[in-house]
Design a protein around this ligand. Structure first.
Ligand code: XMP
Length: 177
């Protein structure tokens, strides 16, 4: 895989340190609130971020997953986000934190937020590991890193479902896209 990565943007140690500090920011907001917390990761990109984040969160929480297809197959051009599966949990009256790998145009988060708002949660917030410059900054309440507008892979992020297990976050060589 290494040979297919043009440049490493974020090394695994940097990511781990930021995930720890994000967890502290998130805990500061939710610890004083009454009512339960449910994290809603957007599959599949958020799985590694979620797995690391929840183990740094000293809060009682539940997980309810949603799956959204934004880039079908090997395309890197966003289509209309589609919420593909039902939520596997009840959100009524709960504090909901949507967890995603990357905020690009914001269409995915907007689509998921609208879907979850219909479940009458107590609150909805969003946590993204990465944010690209095109994004409406206000869409994410918690942000790991602001990055340049390049297609990145690794740490859960894929190209055609590959590279999710690459431990760093890197820019894929242009000729592979
Ligand atoms: P939007 O535009 O809806 O995009 O904010 C968010 C979703 O698009 C995918 N995405 C990427 N996936 N490398 C990836 O592997 C990227 O650079 C990238 N940019 C956007 C991702 O699925 C995210 O949830």
């Amino acid at each position: 895989m290494e040979a297919e990565i043009e440049r490493v943007l974020l090394r695994r140690e940097q990511i781990a340190a930021r995930v720890r500090s994000m967890a502290a920011e998130i805990a500061d907001v939710y610890a004083p609130l009454d009512g339960g917390l449910t994290l809603v990761p957007i599959l599949s990109g958020a799985i590694i971020f979620l797995a690391d984040l929840i183990r740094e969160l000293p809060l009682k929480l539940k997980i309810a997953v949603v799956q959204v297809s934004t880039y079908p197959g090997a395309s890197t051009k966003p289509g209309d986000p589609r919420v593909l599966i039902e939520l596997n949990g009840h959100l009524r009256g709960r504090h909901v934190l949507i967890v995603d790998d990357i905020l690009d145009t914001g269409r995915t988060l907007q689509c998921v937020q609208a879907r979850l708002a219909a479940e009458s949660p107590a609150s909805i917030r969003t946590a993204v590991l990465l944010r690209k410059p095109n994004a409406d900054a206000a869409l994410a309440d918690f942000v790991g890193f602001d990055i340049e507008d390049r297609f990145v892979v690794g740490y859960g992020l894929d190209y055609d479902d590959h590279y999710r297990n690459y431990p760093h976050i890197g820019v894929l060589r242009g000729e592979l896209l």
